[in-house]
Design a protein around this ligand. Structure first.
Ligand SMILES: Cc1ncc(COP(=O)(O)O)c(C=O)c1O
Length: 351
């Protein structure tokens, strides 16, 4: 067979599986078990299908206005995307074009490395310390930009805002991206720092707190200087990156945020309860400020527990290829009754 020239060789990001079976407890991709607010359902029912004949809005002005009001930021400082993956991917393309390496932790959202490779961006992975925490001083080295998930994934550990600020302050000649995918589960947002630093770019998603992972909506917030660049890149890749239904439903979600305050609160309570239960049976549990926990089982290997739980229709995430956490499982926090089922299922195996 003739060899085809020009084909790209890339090791892709491996997302958690989406099993087809019903009646499973799905705790493997940090989704939100409570589902979207009733207002989102109503917005979908009332969406006029005839409107789909037109392209979607180019700049999601109505959604940006709603978000601007919710967050207290100028809507012109917001860009919306097809999930925050879309925003982060465009941010890498837009902001990391220097010869120096971009810095991010060795243990963080696996996609950062994939985008760096895809876009031929030099990078250094800075090891988290032995407690799986970001070491602020590591980010004072020369670099071409910084990406930090806060809270971090898959650890769930949150870095206080004053420490994040030290990193932003010390790196004002490059862009610092703070990925706040999990911020509404008890973290402290970097939004107030936007007034002080025009090198800060914050990304957010509707996939976790707003329980709309399937809708694919995320957004970025930054200074006018950064917005001009990322909007130009967006319009060079896929100007209609957000579909009309997604924009309409995301607006309904923002306008019914009371519902989400309540469901996020329930998730945080279940997380803390679940962590205590695991600790009581000897498991190590990292302190989480997200909608998942990272745990090192006791009395059974991570692999065996993963397989056992799966045999009981409970899906969690296991990272056998990631050396530092190959003995750990990441478990998303579902509804309280689901977490109780996980605990009783584990107790049946490890009395
Ligand atoms: C840290 C982090 N950032 C970004 C994302 C992407 O989320 P989405 O593309 O669904 O907005 C995820 C998804 O799991 C994540 O864990």
């Amino acid at each position: 067979m003739t060899k085809i020239k020009g084909l790209r060789d890339i090791e892709p990001y491996v997302a958690g599986s989406q099993p087809k079976e019903k009646n499973i407890i799905k705790l493997n991709t940090n989704e939100n078990a409570y589902g979207p607010s009733p207002k989102v359902g109503q917005a979908l029912t009332h969406f006029d299908v005839h409107d789909l004949r037109k392209y979607s809005t180019l700049d999601q002005e109505n959604l940006r206005i709603a978000l601007g009001k919710q967050l207290g930021v100028d809507p012109n400082q917001i860009i919306v995307g097809n999930g925050s993956d879309d925003i982060l991917s465009m941010a890498f393309l837009s902001f990391f074009n220097s010869a120096e390496p971009v810095l991010f932790p060795d243990l963080t959202y696996g996609f950062y490395k994939v985008w760096a490779e895809l876009y031929h961006i030099q990078y250094h992975e800075m090891p988290l310390n032995e407690k799986f925490e970001v070491e602020v001083a590591d980010y004072f080295a020369d670099n071409g930009g910084i990406v930090l998930a806060n809270p971090n994934a898959p650890t769930g550990i949150f870095k206080p805002l004053d420490e994040i600020e030290k990193i932003i302050q010390a790196n004002q000649d490059v862009v610092v991206i703070v990925d706040e995918a999990y911020i509404n589960f008890g973290g402290q947002t970097a939004l107030p720092l936007l007034k002080k630093y025009d090198n800060l770019f914050i990304t957010r998603t509707f996939s976790k707190d707003a329980s709309l992972a399937g809708l694919r909506v995320g957004y970025g917030i930054g200074s006018p200087k950064l917005m001009a660049v990322i909007n130009a890149v967006k319009n060079s890749v896929n100007p209609y990156n957000v579909d009309s239904i997604a924009e309409c439903l995301a607006i309904a979600a923002v306008e019914s945020w009371d519902y989400y305050d309540n469901t996020c609160q329930k998730i945080m309570e279940s997380r803390d309860w679940f962590s205590d239960e695991l600790k009581a049976i000897g498991f190590q549990v990292l302190p989480s400020t997200a909608n998942f926990i990272l745990t090192r089982p006791a009395g059974i290997s991570a692999e065996d527990l993963f397989n056992y739980l799966q045999s009981k229709q409970i899906y969690v995430r296991y990272f056998p290829k990631v050396e530092r956490i190959k003995d750990y499982l990441r478990i998303s926090i579902g509804k309280q009754e689901e977490m109780e089922k996980v605990i009783t299922t584990i107790q049946e195996l490890l009395p």
